[in-house]
Design a protein around this ligand. Structure first.
Ligand code: MSP
Length: 518
């Protein structure tokens, strides 16, 4: 068993309000963090905001606001959304904080003194929205004009004196490292992508400075008055500055290296190439894993398209939560597609999951069991010590290892599917056992035993969904008259048969997920 678990999300640019893409990563990170906490593992979950760079400065200017004030306000918007979505980070790092700036300066100095950062003159093409330099060979031409190969917007030609980090020096080391650590990048397709890129192309050294003559919203280079740090070089360091680096703090000693950096597929190179090389140059350990998830696209008359401000098709998490509630939103994002692939977001697909998995399957099961408890257990719960042997109970207890395996490796898609198999088995069990017949025939003890099985099944199912749907899980426990909260019982405790006490008072709430019309 792991002794600790450190999970991070990207830190988000504060040039606009958060959207579903951002909330996706944080919900997945929250679910895995909750799962490890439930298992009693010392867990640390970090998120935050990336506040420097030209893009952010430009957004503040467009909003006609002082930059610091502008970023303060947006950082709060992210914090607010995490609170709403019951995303529970242990820390929230902002790159404009002193603790982060101190770490970035330390890293810059260390690498400069080591000779891994050097000055050179550089000519290239610069894409402002992507904050990326491109060489002559990399830019594409549209109607004779140079455009960014990523976003296809026009790029500007520049020649500048800048500082460079010797990525190329470490290329062979990184190839060997990745080859010998097959779990370093997940899913497997992304691992192959990184490795074949490194084997195919020679790495250019990374330009890690920007001249202040162009913009100055960033961290000053300690060895040049004319430059600030490149926003990506600055941002990646958040994963250690938040733990107190360069001080050898208890947190740093305990949690570093990270267990998983959860990111979107578009920022894989920065995390699987630049970052491990930076860490290696700093003589720090390399994170165990970088997991790149897919993108949420939106459905436009059957066509999947990227969300963008200009298309006006950005899905606002607040709207979805207003419409369906926090847990439904969390469930949908983690159940609809496996974390590594792209998904299509639409109101209809959320509604379908809602009416199917939640209203029909889980909601119905909860409501039925509690209604039967009201009717068949007027004196309260009668506890039966022995764990019965049947297919439902076998499947239920198989969930312990299955859910553990899947949730620990961020596979919520299969983890949730296996929980729902048990939900459906439980619904079938009710049909097959026919409690109404037991009652008619006066088989009271059979009825009590049957009810105890179902209450315990519900208790364990609820605990399994806790990482993904924390409030729903706790609500189910409350209805079962359990006084402890799920977290304090812990994963091992959950799978001890007979936790519901004799005489426990069942309290039926209104249906958790009332069916909705389209
Ligand atoms: N600031 C950098 C990250 C620095 S990490 C040291 C950044 N910020 S971002 O705000 O532009 O994007 C953050 C994350 O949101 C990325 O992982 C990106 O993949 C994710 N998403 C943005 N749009 C998305 C979707 N439509 N769907 C899923 N995730 C998407 O990059």
């Amino acid at each position: 068993m792991r002794s600790k678990y450190y999970v991070t999300t990207p830190i988000y640019y504060v040039n606009a309000k958060p959207h579903i893409g951002h909330s996706y990563t944080n919900i997945a990170a929250d679910a895995v963090a909750r799962f490890f906490r439930l298992k009693g593992v010392d867990t640390y979950f970090l998120t935050g905001t990336d506040e420097h760079g030209q893009k952010v400065e430009k957004a503040a200017r467009e909003a006609e606001r002082p930059t610091q004030e502008f970023v303060d306000e947006l950082a709060d918007k992210f914090r607010e959304l995490w609170r709403l979505l019951e995303v529970t980070p242990d820390d929230f790092i902002r790159t404009t904080e002193g603790r982060h700036i101190k770490a970035v300066k330390y890293v810059l100095n260390y690498l400069y003194e080591k000779g891994d950062i050097y000055k050179d003159s550089y000519s290239g093409w610069y894409c402002v929205p992507c904050e990326t330099f491109w060489t002559e060979g990399q830019v594409e031409k549209i109607n004779g004009k140079a455009v960014c190969p990523d976003c296809k917007r026009q790029v500007d030609e520049l020649t500048e004196e800048n500082y460079f980090f010797r990525l190329s020096k470490y290329q062979n080391w990184l190839i060997d490292y990745i080859r010998s650590h097959p779990d370093f990048v997940k899913p497997e397709g992304r691992y192959n992508e990184v490795l074949s890129f490194l084997e195919r192309e020679r790495l250019n050294d990374l330009c890690i400075s920007r001249p202040k003559s162009r913009f100055s919203w960033g961290i000053d280079l300690p060895f040049s008055e004319e430059h600030i740090a490149y926003v990506w070089f600055d941002a990646l360091i958040n994963y250690i500055s938040a733990l107190g680096y360069p001080e050898k703090t208890e947190k740093l000693e305990k949690y570093w290296p990270a267990d998983v950096h959860l990111i979107g597929k578009d920022i894989l190179r920065q995390h699987a190439v630049y970052w491990p090389i930076m860490l290696h140059a700093l003589d720090l350990d390399i994170p165990y894993q970088v997991f790149a998830h897919g993108w949420w696209l939106v459905d436009n008359k059957g066509q999947a398209e990227k969300m963008s401000k200009s298309r006006g098709n950005i899905v606002d998490p607040y709207t979805m939560v207003d419409e369906f509630g926090v847990d439904v939103y969390r469930y949908f994002l983690l159940r609809e597609i496996p974390l590594g692939v792209d998904g299509l977001f639409s109101y209809d697909s959320v509604l379908k999951r809602y009416n199917g998995d939640l209203a029909n399957d889980l909601g119905n099961l909860v409501y039925r069991i509690l209604s039967m408890a009201e009717k068949y257990l007027p004196e309260g719960v009668v506890r039966f010590e022995a764990r019965p042997k049947n297919r439902l109970i076998e499947s239920l207890f198989e969930l312990k290892d299955k859910v553990d395996l899947e949730f620990s490796s961020l596979n919520f898609y299969d983890g949730l599917a296996s929980i729902w198999e048990v939900v459906n088995l439980a619904n079938k069990f009710i049909e097959e056992e026919q409690p109404w017949t037991m009652r008619k025939e006066g088989r009271i003890e059979d009825l009590q035993r049957f009810m105890y099985i179902l209450l315990e099944v519900l208790r364990i199912i609820a605990a399994c969904i806790y990482p993904v749907m924390p409030s729903t899980a706790e609500k189910i426990w409350q209805q079962l008259g359990i006084e402890d909260d799920i977290l304090s019982v812990g994963w091992e405790g959950v799978f001890v048969w007979g936790e519901i006490k004799d005489g426990a008072k069942i309290e039926k709430f209104p249906p958790l997920f009332p069916r909705r019309e389209a």
